[in-house]
Design a protein around this ligand. Structure first.
Ligand SMILES: Nc1ncnc2c1ncn2[C@@H]1O[C@H](COP(=O)(O)OP(=O)(O)OP(=O)(O)O)[C@@H](O)[C@H]1O
Ligand SMILES: [Mg+2]
Length: 307
């Protein structure tokens, strides 16, 4: 039987904490106390927290649910690996601390301004390549850093690229993209060999609009599936939409067999070189895509420079 665990939209089987008031709740970390002040964003279970005047985001996992328990473990494992190896990457936002209290898990992360998704939704809908070249560069550098440590993100999409303004934490999106720095976050379905016991055959993890053909086929997938998702992310950033929509079956069919729509159909200002880059990033066969995040980054910078 095929299981699809999509992380948002219709068909989501994640379960987890429903909206219930949490204002004033205290989460006791190893040495700090975080006071939940208000819900953050649209998704239930994410809160703004105050800790001695510093702002944090707290994602609540209901550990009675299998999916939440598992994703809490993945977040913890990836954080431990990165911290152990002296995490320094400026384009990766890893949790400050993970806390288990009663039957709940709390992932505490420094507050950032928002996500690339919120910039697309609330901003000007789509961007020109040169305006977000620094963000694309940051995303590629972060992914390459993860691949070099044998970590696959597996949920690359605009909602998981967080944006920080010069190290400050405004909690609000609203200025030009040039002011932001991209930070990859959300390791809730990430993979590392030490987590291989969690892999379940014929189970699909991810967000349907961003999944690569080999993932839909339950074939072997590696970092090139992430790079396909990055291709979909670029498509969305340059056109304001994802290439394929519809129900899960239609989206799967399209990723497996349909041609990618021409980006110029939705954004006439997209240079052909950049369109071609997105096509290559989203090639059906992994061998025909960019083979590393660095290769994609260099091709992108070349396309921007030549356009
Ligand atoms: N550190 C943070 N600073 C600001 N906002 C945050 C932060 N962490 C999470 N959020 C908000 O909460 C949302 C969900 O966070 P996250 O991506 O970690 O959870 P998720 O369960 O994977 O949700 P999704 O399926 O939307 O990706 C983000 O899209 C963002 O709006
Ligand atoms: Mg997310």
């Amino acid at each position: 039987m095929m299981h699809v665990w999509v992380s948002e939209g219709p068909g989501s089987e994640r379960g987890g904490p429903r909206r219930r008031p949490r204002r004033g709740k205290i989460v006791s970390g190893a040495s700090d106390k975080y006071i939940l002040t208000k819900p953050l964003g649209r998704r239930p279970g994410v809160y703004h927290a105050d800790c001695g005047g510093l702002d944090f985001a707290v994602k609540i996992h209901d550990l009675r649910y299998h999916f939440h328990r598992e994703s809490f473990l993945r977040e913890r494992t990836i954080r431990d690996i990165l911290v152990r190896e002296g995490h320094t990457h400026k384009n990766i936002l890893i949790p400050h601390e993970l806390v288990e209290q009663n039957s709940e898990g709390y992932i505490i992360t420094p507050l950032v301004a928002g996500t690339l998704e919120s910039l697309v939704v609330r901003g000007k809908k789509f961007f020109l390549p040169e305006d977000i070249a620094h963000l694309v560069t940051g995303i590629c550098d972060a992914l390459q850093y993860l691949y070099d440590k044998n970590i696959l993100h597996r949920d690359v999409k605009p909602a998981n690229v967080f944006l920080e303004i010069n190290g400050t934490c405004s909690g609000h999106i609203g200025v030009a993209p040039s002011n932001y720095m991209a930070k990859i976050s959300d390791f809730g379905i990430a993979f590392h060999w030490s987590l291989s016991h969690l892999e379940v055959p014929d189970t699909l993890l991810g967000t349907e609009y961003y999944l690569a053909p080999e993932q839909w086929q339950f074939s072997h997938s590696d970092h090139r599936a992430d790079l396909y998702s990055l291709g979909v992310t670029l498509f969305r950033l340059f056109t304001g939409r994802v290439p394929f929509t519809g129900d899960v079956a239609a989206v799967a069919e399209a990723h497996l067999r349909r041609d990618i729509p021409d980006l110029a159909r939705y954004n006439k200002k997209i240079p052909p070189l950049v369109s071609a880059l997105v096509f290559k990033a989203m090639a059906k066969e992994p061998e025909e895509r960019y083979q590393s995040a660095t290769e994609l980054k260099e091709a992108f910078l070349y396309a921007v420079q030549k356009s």
